[in-house]
Ligand binder design. Sequence first.
Ligand SMILES: [Ca+2]
Ligand SMILES: [Ca+2]
Ligand SMILES: [Ca+2]
Length: 394
Amino acid sequence: MFTVKRIFLTLMAFAFLAACNKQEQVTPPSTDVETNLTKGESLIQGQYIITYNTDNARIAFRSENYDQRAQTVLNYTHNLVQQYGINPQNVTRTYNTALQGFTAKLSSKQLEALKKDPNIAHIEQDRILTLDYEVSKIGTFAREYTTYGVARVGSASGAGRTAWVLDTGIDLDHADLNVNTSRSRSFVGGSANDVNGHGTHVAGTIAAKRSNNAGLYGVAYDATVVAVKVLNNSGSGSISGIVSGVDYVASAARRGDVANMSLGGGASSSLDNAVRRLGDRGILVSLAAGNSRTNAGNTSPARVNHPNVVTVSAMDSNDRFASFSNYGSVVDYCSPGVNIWSTWPGNRFNQISGTSMAAPHVAGLLLLRGSTSLRTNGTVRNDPDGRPDPIAVR
Ligand SMILES: [Ca+2]
Ligand SMILES: [Ca+2]
Ligand SMILES: [Ca+2]
């Protein structure tokens, strides 16, 4: 559920057609100005994600505690920026585990000065991305409902295991979800509770309860989900905020935990590096390939290749490749992502489509298997890259 507002921003002529049948959108001609900006993304003027060169910038951590580590990076960063006359209040975020670095508002003169600092490895302009999807059906289920997606990929109890959902938050008191609220965090202000619905939907596909005999159940049913809110209630978030969420998961998650990222946009080496670091720490990551019917190799974080990271394309209930799904050699598995029922805020359920819905099926499988070497059952039909993606199953 990636690219976002593309209908309105870049495809005005096709807007009516697209609204009538979202799955038959025509790929628009490329109008890229910024090479790493996808349709629907916008640059944040004067705001930058800055990664330290850890060979030179040696930050002495005295604790494994995330908040204490964050304070250590903040102190180091305040010292550094003051050398350039930058107001410490312009440092808006710091990173300590997935990356060592910070986000700051900079003048062009300050930017040029920091580029020359040997303590800094990389500077990237921050961007906003926004989810785009339609609420199709809201419903409730009297009994434990088996979705076609869960039936196709298989399911088992995930009780006692943990999946971290980097998204719009999770409905913290949904009756069909086990949410660990004490570990849940928001990186967009406010609580980690989900008002949008997207993150709650993702969480349900991974881990909705089977033990309650109501609603529906996920692939790794009865597992614990943790909300890492990096997109606001409108489904928008900055790359810098998403990196904050990844940084927190890198610090707080244990080896064998799973992280799901049903989000993305144009190429971002900061985000890619942070996600790789999750994999380095033994966290298994499921990434949505994206919904632009383009090569996922041009989008972040979908393009990340790492032994503990998988990228997931979407298919329908007949194993046919979803018309919206991204494709390409970075994709590892295909999974159900068309007309998927799952949990929705307010103890409700909703049916929506996207690679955002495919990734959490695979996240559930990762949780059950404890590895990215999943069993497969056949391949998807009509894969546009000519190399049919394997369908992951339990
Ligand atoms: Ca249930
Ligand atoms: Ca891959
Ligand atoms: Ca393929």
